[in-house]
Ligand binder design. Sequence first.
Ligand code: UD1
Length: 444
Amino acid sequence: MADARPFHWEYVPEAPPPEAFRIEGGRPLRGTVTVSGAKNAALKLLAAACLTGERCRFENVPEIEDVRVMCEVLGDLGVVVEHPEPGVYEVAAGDVDWLFIPLEAAAKMRASFILLGPLLARFGRVIISNPGGDRIGRRPVNLHVDAMRALGAEIEYRNGYYYAQAPGRLRGGEVTFPQVTVMGTENAMLAATLADGHTVIRPAAQEPEVDDLIAFLCEMGAEVVRTAPDTIEVEGRKRLRGARHSVLPDRIETGTFLVAAAVTGGKLTLENAACEHVTALVDLFAKVGVPVECGARAIHIDATGLRPGDLRACDIETSPYPGLATDLQPPTCVLLTQATGTSRVNEAVFEDRIEWLSELRKLGASIDIEDAHHASIHGPARLHGAEATIGDLRAGASLILAALAADGSSLIHGAHHVQRGYENIDRKFQQLGASIVRSADTAP
Ligand code: UD1
């Protein structure tokens, strides 16, 4: 470990000035919007570039706060990150001299833990903060750590940090997860590309972002194959080369705009959208009664003919891909506020993802929150403008959706959460005819 690098984090948690969204609701959205590259792919691709000293180039990268943070974390390790034009990032990890990911980075963005696998595999050691420090519980990383141990890593946990090393080289092995984990699968796969021998990962996450990462790793010269829907096999290589890749479209942003059209009675064309990645949501729209038409790299949705009461209630349950994504639960709940009858929601993936519905109630939604995983939504509700507070990224975008559908004006606090993962969300909505501005927030 290099000893003397000064502690100079540019992103030391100096809170950004608070901002809020001010929204005048009740305007149908119309027009064409281009879906950005997927956050959950871009972050892993940037980390994967650390597997080689050669230059990697990424296109269609979303311009979002999480990408900025990941680039700063990489920069502090000694990785050269260039941003020659919007959406394009070049990463050269030739001179990594500081194998330490601090709490400041991990607390700001849990996805920084994805650096464990690549750094350990290439450099044989890394010290990485437990995301959230000692707060072990709701978003644990035990499956990542167990996966590295299955590949021969020695990992100790002290004072909020994992001290990981792989004397010699990581060894290929069996990585068997007790449950499906997206980043756990990705971390294991990244580590295995430079391990000695063959690795089998099972059950492997099936999210499209995992396959985007596989495609990039293969472009780098890695041998990674999905041999069954839930199995990924990796033959380790001694070294990988630089490569270029264009990030796949963000399916969560896609779902967010589909709901925006549906709840405002609008008509949208989504360009650069992969309909095949939102099948569960499109099926749900069919059951609820909103027409969605899939084209090649585009999706059309026309809700202009719908009248209040036309939509039908529908029970939903989130699950790993190809099921309904937990990240789409919040926008889907906004849609269900407009459906006639009672829709039961089962958030089966995370236990902290249902609480946000109490904020949605402030805009007039009729919702019973039953426990950490279950709620019932009674509709159709006539949403009205209100003041509400964003607690996390996906809930934030969904409160915006509700405010766009509501009569009157809303003030939604906590805009910074949304900037983490949605590129120019206010500008994109403005271009579709919404009245939404982001401005300094003086209230809580
Ligand atoms: C990723 C996505 C996130 C999405 C989630 C589920 C990124 C950056 N984030 O998160 O947007 O909501 O997939 O689709 O890609 N678990 C453990 N121990 C672990 C890891 C996970 O118990 O070590 C549990 C989690 O608490 C959760 C479940 O496993 O209940 C699934 O989580 P996981 O798939 O790992 O989510 P992430 O990869 O963190």
